[in-house]
Design a protein around this ligand. Structure first.
Ligand SMILES: Cc1cc2nc3c(=O)[nH]c(=O)nc-3n(C[C@H](O)[C@H](O)[C@H](O)COP(=O)(O)OP(=O)(O)OC[C@H]3O[C@@H](n4cnc5c(N)ncnc54)[C@H](O)[C@@H]3O)c2cc1C
Length: 420
């Protein structure tokens, strides 16, 4: 009998952890190398649409997801100037029934912790995932094509049958295998902040936000605003996308005063400054970049995954979700072969995923213009299209939320009786 396949995952973000867990579940031996001294995520919200929720459910995580999720009942689109509702689409139970998996919101740290706990849980199927933190991969040793090795800047050498580069948008692994430089700065930045739900509840001008949980997008010229509650109303997660300031274009990210966030939405409906001014001193701004589509994700026994190969603008909120789809497909492929079949499995991984993720990348980019149209005929046509809710771009919600077909989805039946 051949020995289990060993995989080295570089990067312990949401993509790397989902990959580690999915591979473990299929009987592979996994080690994760993480550059940071501690594993974790930024203080912000994240959503998993049904395509990603289905993967997490397939990993046996439904009860854990239930413990940390917040369920938006509707997706609401508003106009910048007067807050009027352009369109509203039921999410909640309607999505669960149609797609067999929920559309849920989380605190990123909770989602990351859930995956980490599952990777480390000795009671789960497969070998417990090994983690090495403070291990920044600096070089690859590809001398033995069947045993690629990662060399850390601390001088350690880690060899495996397969190396997965899940090291994010500025992937070092990607550079080391000689993949093309596809990184593009979009010219925009994202403000991110968690506003205490209590402050929203205490003001009659913003209390309406707690009447029913929504996922809300406000559309305006050159900018937009997204918000939703996480941790059952403890925080309102806010993402505001605006043209990038010269400061953030230089530093790429940083803390900014609350006043700057409020001032970024001049003339918007009064409820917008009422909401944004409740932020405490924890507003950050991030320059937004993406990668151009590139269908080559595998270089010998080194495979790329997540933002390392398909970093996209967050205009479909799908970056991590697509990484989770990568993880599920890679695990299906590597989990169904022995040593002799590894190369073929990696080829099939890319064949099943690259076009799909590339379409989401392209659609997210298209949305940059679509979201930020100045008032006028194009904006009115866009708003009319939004009312149809087939999707915002060339990819429909239906296609997106059904996800990449899996051979063996392992999905536990969704319990429709569950309520938040
Ligand atoms: C404002 C905003 C909102 C978003 N909202 C959503 C959403 O709602 N839903 C969604 O699905 N996606 C969303 N995304 C996208 C999502 O956050 C990313 O696509 C996703 O987190 C990428 O995961 P990853 O694991 O590929 O990379 P990362 O999360 O970047 O993880 C990479 C990891 O690799 C480590 N690393 C880097 N270099 C090395 C090295 N040399 N050696 C070892 N380790 C290394 C890093 O420290 C990090 O831990 C959003 C993005 C933004 C900016």
């Amino acid at each position: 009998m051949s020995r289990p396949i060993e995989v080295l995952v570089v990067g312990g973000g949401l993509g790397g952890l989902t990959t580690a867990l999915a591979l473990r579940q299929r009987g592979l031996e996994v080690t994760v190398l993480e550059a940071a001294n501690e594993l974790g995520e930024v203080g912000a919200g994240i959503q998993t649409a049904p395509n990603a929720s289905r993967i997490l459910m397939g990993l046996g995580l439904l009860s854990q997801m239930r413990a940390i999720h917040t369920q938006p009942e509707d997706q609401v689109r508003r106009r910048w100037a007067d807050g009027s509702i352009i369109a509203s689409k039921p999410l909640g139970r309607a999505v669960q029934e149609q797609y067999g998996a929920p559309y849920w919101h989380y605190h990123r740290a909770d989602l990351h912790r859930m995956l980490l706990d599952a990777c480390l849980d000795p009671e789960r199927p497969g070998a417990v995932v090994r983690f090495a933190v403070g291990c920044r991969v600096a070089e690859l040793d590809l001398t033995d094509p069947a045993r690629p090795a990662a060399l850390t800047d601390g001088g350690q050498r880690w060899a495996a049958d397969v190396v997965v580069g899940a090291d994010g948008i500025r992937s070092r692994v990607r550079d080391l295998v000689g993949a093309p430089d596809t990184l593009v700065f979009s010219g925009e930045m994202a403000y991110r902040v968690l506003i205490p739900g209590k402050r929203i509840a205490d003001d009659p001008a913003t209390r309406f936000l707690l009447d029913r949980y929504h996922s809300t997008i406000w559309y305006g010229p050159d900018r937009h605003l997204v918000h939703y509650f996480i941790r059952g109303g403890q925080y309102l997660n806010v993402v505001g996308i605006v043209p990038c300031s010269p400061e953030i274009e230089t530093t790429w990210s940083g803390s900014v005063p609350v006043g700057e966030l409020v001032a970024a939405y001049p003339g918007w409906d009064d409820r917008v400054p009422a909401m944004l001014s409740k932020a405490e001193d924890n507003v950050t701004a991030w320059a937004m970049s993406y990668r151009r589509r590139d269908p080559r994700w595998v270089f010998g026994r080194v495979a790329l995954l997540g933002d390392a190969c398909h970093a996209m603008l967050p205009y479909q909120a799908q970056g991590a979700s697509q990484a989770m789809e990568d993880a599920a497909v890679l695990a299906e492929e590597l989990g169904s072969v022995t040593q002799a079949g590894i190369d073929g499995a990696l080829v099939r991984y890319v064949a099943r995923r690259a076009k799909h993720a590339g379409m989401v990348q392209a659609a997210s980019l298209e949305n940059m213009r679509f979201y930020h149209l100045p008032d006028g005929p194009e904006q009115r046509a866009r708003d009319a299209a939004l009312q149809q809710f087939h999707g915002e771009s060339d990819v429909s919600y239906d296609w997106l939320w059904r996800g990449t077909p899996l051979d063996d989805p392992d999905v536990v039946p969704f319990d429709y009786e569950f309520r938040r």
